[in-house]
Ligand binder design. Structure first.
Ligand code: IPE
Ligand code: IPE
Ligand code: MG
Length: 236
C-alpha cells in the first residue's frame, strides 16, 4: 500500500457515487435499498482513504439537479443522510476526520442544515482527513454564488483573479481534487466541481457504487500513480 508521504498518493480524491438505483433494480429491490447499501460503501471508502493517507475526500451525495427526482426518493435520501450523520459522526470524530459540507444545505430544511453545521463545528479541529460532503451541490450554482459574493465584497473587476475568486467558492481553503472517481460506467461530470476539476485526473469504473470496495479504491489510486500530469506544460 502506498504511504501517506508518497507524492503518488493524491492529496484530494473526489467521488461521484453513482449506480445505487441500478444496483437495486438488478436485484428487484426498491431504489432506496440501493441508497442504503451505498451508505455502507461510503463507510468502506472513508476508511480506505484514511488508510491510504488521502488528506481530502469529497463525496458527491446529492446534486442540485437531484431535487427533480420523485418526492419519495428525495425523502428517502434525506432520511438516510440524517441517519448516516447521526450514526457515524462520533466515529468520524474519533478517527480525526474533519467534516465540511458544500452546497445549498438549507434546502434540506433548517433542522438538518443546523445538524450539519454542528457536525462541522464539532470536527473543525480534526487533522487526519477532511471529508467534504457535496449536498444539494451544483458546480454552476457554486460559481454564480461565488460571483455574487465577490461583488458583495466590493472587489473591483480589475482586481479579480483566479486566486481570489477561488476564496469565494464553497471549497475555499481546500486544494483542487487530484483524482476524480465516477462509478457505474457513466462518463460525465454531472455539474460536479466544475471550477475545481480543471486539471483533475479522472478514473471511471463500471462498478456500481454499492459494490465499490477498498480494492476498487486502491485500483484507482494505483492507476493515478502511473499517470503523468502536465498541467499544460511540456515535460522536461
Ligand atoms: C447515485 O445513485 C445516488 C444519487 C445520485 C443520489 P443513483 O440514484 O443515481 O443510481 P442510478 O444512476 O439511477 O443507478
Ligand atoms: C450524479 O449522479 C450526482 C450524484 C452522484 C450525487 P446522477 O445520477 O444524478 O447523474 P446523471 O443524472 O446520471 O448525470
Ligand atoms: Mg445516477
Amino acid at each position: 500500500m502506498a504511504d501517506a508521504a508518497s507524492h503518488s498518493v493524491p492529496l484530494h480524491v473526489a467521488i461521484i457515487m453513482d449506480g445505487n438505483g441500478r444496483w437495486a433494480a438488478a436485484r428487484g429491490l426498491p431504489r432506496v435499498a440501493g441508497h442504503r447499501e451505498g451508505a455502507k460503501a461510503v463507510r468502506r471508502v472513508i476508511e480506505a482513504a484514511v488508510n491510504h493517507g488521502v488528506r481530502y475526500l469529497t463525496l458527491f451525495a446529492f446534486s442540485s439537479e437531484n431535487w427533480q427526482r420523485p418526492a419519495g426518493e428525495v425523502q428517502d435520501l434525506t432520511f438516510l443522510l440524517k441517519h448516516y450523520l447521526r450514526s457515524e459522526l462520533d466515529e468520524l470524530h474519533a478517527e480525526g476526520v474533519r467534516l465540511k459540507v458544500i452546497g445549498e444545505r438549507e434546502r434540506f430544511g433548517a433542522a438538518l442544515a443546523q445538524e450539519l453545521e454542528e457536525a462541522e463545528r464539532k470536527t473543525a479541529n480534526n487533522k487526519r482527513m477532511t471529508l467534504v460532503l457535496a449536498l444539494s451541490y451544483g458546480g454552476r450554482a457554486e460559481i454564480v454564488t461565488a460571483a455574487r459574493r465577490a461583488i458583495e465584497a466590493g472587489i473591483k473587476p480589475e482586481d479579480l483573479t483566479e486566486q481570489n475568486f477561488a476564496h469565494f467558492l464553497f471549497t475555499a481553503g481546500i486544494p483542487d481534487p487530484d483524482l476524480v472517481i465516477r462509478t457505474s460506467g457513466e462518463q460525465r461530470v454531472s455539474n460536479f466541481l466544475l471550477w475545481q476539476l480543471a486539471y483533475a485526473e479522472i478514473w471511471f469504473t463500471k462498478v456500481l457504487w454499492p459494490d465499490f470496495c477498498a480494492g476498487d479504491f486502491a485500483n484507482a489510486l494505483e492507476d493515478y500513480a502511473g499517470r503523468e500530469r502536465r498541467f499544460g506544460a511540456r515535460p522536461v
